[in-house]
Design a protein around this ligand. Structure first.
Ligand code: BTN
Length: 321
């Protein structure tokens, strides 16, 4: 948001005169008026109170690097390089650029909006300004691509852990890692593998999109939810959620790097939204009852021909006629 300094001053919800805002920001009253107009054009709800000044009607959840870092414990904070942007094509693409520029450690990028947000399977990820969390983390693993089996599911477990620590309940996972609340998709994770750097060193970009304040959406082709819809009483802060997710992902990745997928199988299965439900996979070629995952993280479907592991593609609920 271009008028961020102005919004920060107004964010206490009190009335501020044009004169006091101008003095605090070191600009003219006319410049303040123009900034108010621009902020309103960007979606801020500001009312003018005649003879007294301006007031922000609803709180704006601004992103702020220091506030995200304040949520992360010092050991993990040391390991990351956090960038918070007003706008970017895709936070995943930005992490790739940072990796290419030689970033070491864990580059992490959060943006207020994305102009080319990417979803799984080539889909577009709607990324309106100021509404949701768009967060990508660059992760480095040793041992070649083989050590990444199950990583995608581990990231799903980490995001659910973070949301539960923030007080959410009834958060589920749809294989491999869609985040669900009741029947609506709350978020998704796009895992993109970079090449092998040197013998056995692989870089991965984990992009997490989580609906936070969104109350309406165009072009989302499936039932969706947001934290605000799921828990309307909570004053959700994207800085706090971002910090909690970064911490939970780093925690999970550290266990995964040491011990592999083993410790994540049960935590994933506890959140399986398709457990004991009629499902279909491989475009309808496999139909049966969802029964969790195997040791490698493949989804298991109990069919008339036995249990079939599904390694790729989508699992969906089977609609009975
Ligand atoms: C999905 O299709 O379910 C995965 C969506 C992943 C979206 C996130 S938003 C942050 C990161 N940047 C992107 O362009 N995509 C991921």
């Amino acid at each position: 948001m271009k008028s961020k300094a102005l919004i920060e001053l107004l964010s206490d919800g009190k009335i501020h005169s044009g004169e006091s805002l101008a003095a605090k920001l070191g600009v003219s009253r006319t410049a303040i008026w123009k900034q108010i107009r621009r902020a309103m054009g960007e979606g801020a709800e500001i009312v003018t109170i005649r003879g007294r000044g301006y007031r922000l009607v609803s709180r704006i959840d601004l992103l702020d690097c220091a506030s995200v870092l304040a949520e992360i414990s010092s050991d993990y904070k040391k390991q990351i390089e956090l960038t918070v942007l007003e706008e970017v094509d895709s936070t995943n693409a930005e992490v790739v650029r940072q990796f290419s520029a030689g970033s070491v450690g864990f580059p992490v990028v959060i943006a207020d909006c994305q102009t080319s947000g990417r979803g799984r399977r080539g889909r577009v990820w709607q990324s309106p300004r100021g509404e949701n969390l768009y967060l990508s983390m660059g992760l480095t693993f040793h041992g070649g691509f083989g050590v990444l089996d199950g990583l995608s599911l581990v990231l799903g477990v980490a995001v659910v852990n973070a949301l539960e620590r923030l007080g959410m309940s009834e958060v589920g996972l749809k294989w491999p890692n869609d985040i669900f609340h009741r029947d609506g998709k709350l978020g998704g994770i796009l895992v993109e593998l970079q090449g092998e750097l040197e013998e056995g060193v692989v870089q991965v970009v984990a992009g997490i999109g989580l609906n936070v304040h969104m109350s309406q959406a165009e072009g989302v082709g499936q039932p969706w939810s947001s934290l605000a819809k799921a828990c309307p009483g909570v004053d959700w802060s994207r800085n706090q959620i971002g910090g909690a997710i970064i911490e939970a992902v780093l925690e999970a990745v550290s266990v995964f790097s040491d011990l592999g997928f083993r410790d994540f199988k049960d935590p994933w299965q506890r959140r399986d939204i398709f457990n004991e439900k009629l499902v279909r996979a491989r475009g309808g070629e496999v139909e049966g009852v969802g029964c969790g995952i195997d040791d490698a993280g493949n989804y298991l479907v109990r069919t008339a021909d036995g249990i079939i592991p599904v390694r790729a593609g989508e699992i969906s609920l089977r609609v009975t006629q």
